[in-house]
Design a protein around this ligand. Structure first.
Ligand code: PEP
Ligand code: MN
Length: 346
């Protein structure tokens, strides 16, 4: 249930409502926007006497939340969630452009890629070191050694690091190297992992499961939010359909639908959603035009030799061309590419 306060409600009236919510054994979530103050009652609200709230001083209206997710819901938090990420903000006017190889393969490969994507206009570096491969015989990632290389790439370019965590057990070793924890499609419903990430202070890039509905994605986000971590980005990365011409089907609908249902930033991954270099630019343009808050794109200096996902990885020159187009579409959408703070230019 949410309690919407009148625009002129006083802080003590807001405080009274919070106290009242708590007196029913529920927790209260305060969302203070520029225009509206909303108090969300979280817990089992089935027997809550709504009239006790509608009649209270300063209250404009009381609404039941029909969706199963609460903290992720736009009803709870009408304004977009905007949070800082090392020199730029995610979810606001600036677009997050996360780029880099599928996997960190060597020191030289990640540093070369980091410099190239930074020059092209990316504002964060991706690269997996713990890889969720379909086959146990495929390259599984460099593990801790890869984290060291990512740290060096960060040192050289100033780009924050986005990398996948597959298990709660990796939290300890990863924390000091990672700026954004990526939760992969295969782990979207690894609830122990989501709970553990909810207790961290770092932003999370939560990818949609291969066959997960939008509601299931939002419920997964709710696990992280309910642990206290409010910095969650959602990532559409294509879903399984009957179509086999592409690796997955980009659910472009998911972008406006998510923007409607939630205040969390929405990022699109055109590399995994199409699975082919030839389609990455078109779907990137479509995503920004559809209202996405950013992109995560696989870029490799030599895709033919990549140890994973080479067929969908762009060469740096193609990435440069893509960014130019995205920049123009961003303008139409009143968005812009972030200009990195000079301190992070090395
Ligand atoms: C990846 O980003 O390289 C990856 C494995 O993505 P997903 O979890 O979306 O398959
Ligand atoms: Mn990949």
């Amino acid at each position: 249930m949410i309690i919407i306060m009148k625009p002129n409600a006083t802080p003590s009236q807001v405080e009274e409502i919070i106290k009242k919510v708590k007196s029913f054994g529920l927790s209260a979530h305060l969302s203070q926007g520029v225009e509206t103050t909303i108090i969300g009652a979280i817990g089992d609200t089935r027997d809550l006497p709504t009239d006790k709230f509608t009649s209270a001083k300063g209250v404009k209206s009381v609404q039941k939340i029909t969706q199963p997710y609460k903290l992720a819901s736009r009803q709870f938090h009408p304004e977009n969630s905007v949070f800082p990420l090392d020199g730029f903000t995610v979810g606001g006017e600036e677009l997050a452009i996360i780029a880099g190889p599928c996997s960190v393969e060597s020191r030289d490969q990640i540093i070369e890629t980091a410099i190239a994507v930074k020059e092209a206009g990316a504002n964060a570096l991706r690269g997996g070191v713990f890889k969720p491969r379909t086959s146990p015989y495929s390259f599984q990632g460099l593990g801790e050694e890869g984290l060291e290389y990512l740290a060096e790439a960060r040192e050289k370019t100033g780009l924050p690091i986005v990398t996948e965590i597959m298990s709660e057990l990796q939290l300890k070793v990863m924390t000091k190297f990672v700026d954004v924890f990526q939760v992969g499609a295969r782990n979207m419903q690894n609830y122990d992992l989501l709970r553990a990430l909810g207790k961290t202070q770092k932003p999370i890039l939560l990818k949609r499961g291969l066959s997960a509905t939008i509601t299931e994605l939002l419920m997964a986000a709710e696990y992280i939010l309910s642990g206290g971590n409010k910095q969650v980005m959602l990532c559409e990365r294509g879903i399984r359909t009957f179509e086999t011409a592409t690796r997955n089907t980009t659910d472009i609908n998911a972008i406006p639908v998510l923007k409607n249902l939630t205040h969390l930033p929405v990022i699109l991954d055109p590399s995994h959603s199409t699975g082919h270099v030839d389609y990455v630019a078109a779907i990137s343009r479509a995503a920004i035009a559809a209202g996405a808050d950013g992109l995560i794109i696989e870029v490799h200096p030599n895709p033919h030799e990549a140890l994973s996902d080479g067929h969908q990885s762009l060469k740096p020159d193609k990435f440069v061309a893509l960014i130019k187009q995205v920049k123009q579409i961003a303008e139409v959408m009143d968005r812009r590419l972030a200009v990195l703070k000079p301190a992070s230019v090395h």
